[in-house]
Design a protein around this ligand. Structure first.
Ligand code: COA
Length: 383
């Protein structure tokens, strides 16, 4: 028994931004970006929200809109969805959750919804959370039936898992080291609980502390309404600066000296990254997570049909491939046209793999992610 992916889809904003276009904005070149990352262009949401993108990807996965991959003909019944989980770091609102916004946009009357933030490893973490919830629910329902009692928790048999990012709102477009890397987009899968399918074979999650702050995005809340003074009032001064920065005024970079210790990062509410340190972490973390799930499943890498990694940088994937002793052709690499879309990236690439015919029933498939936190993880399942 296990979870089966019965539909997947992705959605991209209309606006394409090429490397050449970025070269008109910062001191960079198409040649540098392609050589160092493999990225040729990305999409930027100027007319779409994260909810728009997430809902479109979800409709394609559900089959209520064309453009996705479905296991069978026909659309999924919206009343059959019990759970919506969205992985994001750039949702439209903090409250409601991004998942609740997508659920409302789709009209899924019986679903509960919440978000997962595990940065760019979000997809793997989200899939782990959802598949575990469906499994626990199946165990509970079986026990309840055997004992003649109602289930102890919400019965959950079918879930919608969405990665939705409007990440470029967190990008400092004057920083050439980061602005060339990221893009917007959404990916979604529908997971169905099946008594006769193996589903997830093994999983692995890991969090490594990031005391140096090699990959951070500070929160830019305005706390000036807090009326009681003290340390939080001081924090309010930096928050004003951050809020001003969000309005697009460079003056806010002249931060007030009063910024309290520990809050300095909040002066810059954009993606802050030490590229080389992240590169080193990512390439090792990918190989470690991949080997861990193989070990837990008692399988060899040659038994895996397709590996769908987080789409940050082609060089990171190549490095991991070398460590695993396999060719790049075993990986789904989709980043050239979309860049790094954080928690959306693995589900977007997975939709490409299903739609491209790379994954067939019975194939072993591996999802691998890594990101800020520092998070890493992998999930091995049978399609
Ligand atoms: N265009 C041109 N030059 C650039 C540039 C750009 N967009 N960005 C940085 N440079 C310059 C640097 O300033 C540096 O110049 P210097 O030697 O004169 O100081 C030079 O290129 C080399 O910089 P470095 O940071 O050493 O490059 P790199 O080979 O490590 O590549 C990254 C930079 C960001 C592509 C790479 O480190 C990377 O991919 N890191 C991981 C990022 C990532 O995946 N993050 C998300 C994880 S979820």
């Amino acid at each position: 028994m296990g979870c089966k992916i019965i539909g997947c889809g992705k959605a991209l904003p209309e606006r394409v931004v090429t490397n050449d276009e970025l070269a008109g904005l910062v001191d960079t070149s198409d040649e540098w970006i392609v050589t160092r990352t493999g990225i040729r262009e990305r999409r930027v949401a100027v007319g779409e929200t994260a909810t728009d993108l997430g809902a479109t990807a979800a409709r394609r996965a559900l089959g209520t809109e064309a453009g996705g991959w479905r296991e069978a003909e026909g659309a999924v019944d919206p009343t059959s969805i019990d759970l919506v989980v969205c992985m994001t770091i750039s949702g439209d609102t903090v409250v409601p959750s991004q998942a609740a916004m997508i659920k409302a946009a789709l009209g899924l009357p019986n679903a509960v919804a919440f978000d997962v933030n595990a940065a760019c490893a979000g997809c793997v973490y989200g899939m782990e959370v959802v598949t575990q919830m469906l499994e626990m629910s199946a165990i509970d329902q079986r026990a309840a039936a055997a004992e003649g009692r109602p289930p102890r928790s919400n019965p959950m048999r079918r879930a919608l898992v969405v990665g939705a990012e409007r990440l470029t709102r967190l990008v400092d477009w004057t920083d050439r080291a980061t602005c060339v890397l990221f893009g917007d987009g959404a990916g979604a899968v529908v997971l169905d609980w099946r008594e006769d399918e193996p589903g997830v074979l093994s999983s692995f999650l890991k969090n490594t502390d990031d005391p140096e702050g090699v990959l951070t995005v500070a929160n830019a809340f305005d706390m000036t309404t807090f009326p009681f003074g003290g340390a939080i009032e001081a924090a309010g001064e930096h928050s004003v600066a951050a809020a001003t920065l969000n309005d697009g005024t460079a003056a806010a970079l002249d931060a007030p000296e009063a910024c309290p210790e520990g809050y300095e990062g909040a002066l810059n509410p954009y993606i802050n990254m030490q590229g080389q340190a992240v590169f080193k972490f990512a390439s090792n973390a990918m190989a470690e997570a991949a080997l861990a799930v193989l070990d837990r499943a008692g399988m060899g890498i040659d038994e895996v049909k397709c590996i769908v990694p987080h789409q940050a940088n082609e060089r990171i994937i190549k490095y991991a491939a070398k460590k695993l002793g396999i060719g790049l052709d075993r990986f789904q690499v989709s980043l050239a046209s979309v860049g790094n879309t954080s928690a959306s990236s693995v589900l977007m690439a997975l939709a490409d793999a299903y739609q491209g015919g790379r994954i067939e029933p019975g194939d072993a498939v591996m999802l691998v992610g890594f990101g800020g936190g520092l998070t890493a993880g992998a999930l091995l399942y049978r399609a």
